[in-house]
Design a protein around this ligand. Structure first.
Ligand code: ZN
Length: 89
């Protein structure tokens, strides 16, 4: 019984990892390929392009965020100032 539960959770966590793990992305209709190692799966993140100075002046509307795609293999960070889409073309 306990072994069955452990097995279930192992499969469950594996699926979660696949859902949340590195995935293919497209930008501007093109599949993103790592410029360093040619890998095609990435972790999506955001990076603020803001400055502490603008925040200090309460001008956060002037701040923008960029999309970052971190290569799932070599870790190279790709920056995009456009929308990135999860999945292949
Ligand atoms: Zn890479």
């Amino acid at each position: 019984m306990a072994g069955g539960a452990a097995r279930f959770f192992k499969i469950f966590s594996k699926n979660i990892k696949e859902i949340r793990g590195p995935a293919p992305y497209t930008v501007n209709g093109l599949e993103v390929i790592c410029v360093h190692c040619r890998y095609d799966r990435f972790e999506h993140g955001f990076a603020q392009l803001n400055t502490a100075f603008l925040s200090f002046l309460n001008l956060d509307f002037a701040n923008r965020s960029a999309n970052t795609l971190t290569c799932g293999r070599c870790g190279y960070v790709h920056w995009f100032n456009k929308e990135v889409k999860r999945g292949r073309v």
